[in-house]
Design a protein around this ligand. Structure first.
Ligand code: XIL
Length: 485
């Protein structure tokens, strides 16, 4: 994978939150609640952090009540729903007004949020006179190139600190065929070359930013006739990579509004599409997720059915290692583009988001949280960190004990890591349990019975936590190294 780890994340907030936890003089108090525990009350953003992932929302104004109530508690990432589109930044060519976009960028920096820059080149929401200016030129292609260059070199450096990810190009494909859309100003004037040029230039302007190609789909089944757009997208990304274009990631918008063409995808179809994308070597994220409640009105409990579908979609992302972020297109049901944007407005109210209009979390909120918390593999990474932390603690003289038991403990940790890598959670737990015992933790309730009763990963988390406590001085290291991140 080219860029599986997003640009270095400012970890200040996570550390700050840890410090706020009641310490009560006990090392284990440094370890926040494990979001994979069945009765966990973790907020969404904490579940994302523990999964090594991001959960974001599209926002319009950081000062609005929904934004203030839910960020950063629930979202550790944001996207400007409109404010960073070319036509929002410059209603007329070259006449920039950064007031609203700067407010969002400042908010992201102040709250340690991953900001997705959305979007540099898109067929819609352009400066009102852009097309006319280009068409009036004797050489429209050169004129458009010049204007794109001015736009990129104005905007990208301005947000170098704030923006981690750029949607460099949005929706380049024809709505149905999966061919390059040649109706758009960019496609018809410059052909596919505009993608190559834009990605290369943005990479020069901000070499640290993750560069994403963002697109929407009606059908995620690569084998079906309607899957031709998804197939066209895979082919396009592959062509760009073959030409050495710096495309680091792809954004799958994941709008599930109504009216729609075709049914909702199955989990297997959706996950299969993500796996195909991961297989060609790009990072993946779901960039604009929303799911109309209207799909489920025939169900006995529509909100529960909506939650189940949300859980499947986010679960699919979490099952694919290259999929590291999920952004919902809005925060609460009182403000959703689906209720005002044709043709979706026909089906208003669509109630597609994680919070209701009173900012109460819906069942979908908890389904997404649980899907994030259930991410497997993170525990494997944690076990690997345990070994490192153990070695560091030993080297620093923090671990007391006779040489042989310490060596056995380290071996047990190493074997636990191997078993985790193979997905053998219970066996790994036994090893961790053994390591915990060797390290002298004989408290009641830390026995393997819990592992058997637990959900595998949840039981393992208990083991990891017990180890953290047992290691005493090492516990703080674990925390900083990500066990309890
Ligand atoms: C939408 C916004 O949500 C609306 O407020 C605006 O009127 C139109 O654009 N795909 C995208 C987003 O990439 O930028 C769109 O956002 C929704 C579809």
């Amino acid at each position: 994978m080219r860029f599986c780890t997003p640009r270095p994340v400012r970890r200040g907030l996570a550390r700050g939150l840890l410090l706020l936890l009641p310490l009560a003089g006990r090392a284990e108090a440094l370890v926040p609640e494990d979001c994979a525990e069945p009765a966990s009350e973790c907020a969404l953003a904490e579940a994302a952090r523990q999964a090594g992932a991001f959960v974001g929302a599209a926002i319009s104004n950081p000062e609005l009540p929904a934004e203030r109530a839910t960020i950063p508690r629930d979202f550790n990432g944001i996207t400007a729903e409109n404010a960073m589109k070319w036509g929002s930044l410059a209603p007329a060519v070259g006449r920039y007004d950064f007031e609203r976009s700067d407010a969002i960028a400042d908010f992201a920096v102040a709250n340690d949020l991953r900001l997705r820059g959305h979007t540099l080149l898109w067929r819609d929401q352009l400066p009102a006179d852009l097309e006319a200016v280009v068409e009036a030129s004797p050489d429209p292609a050169s004129k458009l190139r010049q204007l794109i260059e001015e736009h990129l070199s104005t905007v990208v450096p301005r947000y170098r600190e704030a923006v981690s990810v750029w949607d460099v190009v949005n929706e380049p494909l024809d709505t149905f065929t999966g061919e390059l859309d040649r109706q758009t100003l960019f496609g018809r004037t410059l052909g596919e070359a505009y993608l190559d040029e834009a990605f290369r230039r943005v990479h020069e302007l901000d070499p640290d930013a993750q560069l994403v190609l963002n697109e929407f789909f009606f059908d995620y089944d690569l084998a079906s006739p309607l899957g031709q757009k998804a197939r066209g997208f895979v082919d396009l990304v592959q062509r760009l990579l073959d030409r050495g274009v710096p495309v680091h990631g792809v954004g799958v918008q994941a709008h599930f509004g109504l009216p729609a063409i075709g049914p909702l995808p199955t989990r297997a179809q959706f996950e299969g599409f993500l796996r195909t994308l991961a297989g060609i070597g790009v990072a993946i994220e779901l960039t604009e997720l929303d799911v109309s409640l209207k799909w489920f009105l025939g169900e006995p409990d529509p909100l529960a059915a909506q939650a189940d579908f949300y859980g499947e979609i986010v679960g699919a992302c979490m099952a694919v290692a290259a999929c590291t972020a999920v952004t919902t297109w809005g925060i609460d049901d009182s403000r959703t583009w689906l209720d005002s944007f044709p043709p979706f407005d026909l089906a208003a109210p669509q109630e597609p988001l994680l919070f209701d209009g009173s900012l109460e979390p819906k069942p979908a909120y908890f389904a997404v949280r649980d899907a994030l918390a259930a991410r497997e593999g993170v525990f494997h990474e944690r076990a690997a960190r345990l070994v490192t932390a153990f070695d560091e603690a030993l080297a620093a003289g923090d671990l007391k004990g006779r040489e042989a038991p310490l060596r056995w403990t380290r071996n047990a940790l190493g074997r636990a890591g191997l078993r985790l890598a193979g997905g053998h959670y219970r066996a790994a737990c036994d090893r961790l349990d053994r390591a915990g015992r060797l390290l002298g933790d004989r408290r009641p309730g830390v026995g393997s019975a819990q592992v058997v009763r637990g959900r595998g990963t949840a039981g393992l988390a208990e083991r990891v936590r017990a180890l953290g406590v047992a290691l005493d001085c090492g516990n703080r290291r674990f925390t900083e190294d990500g066990v309890a991140r």
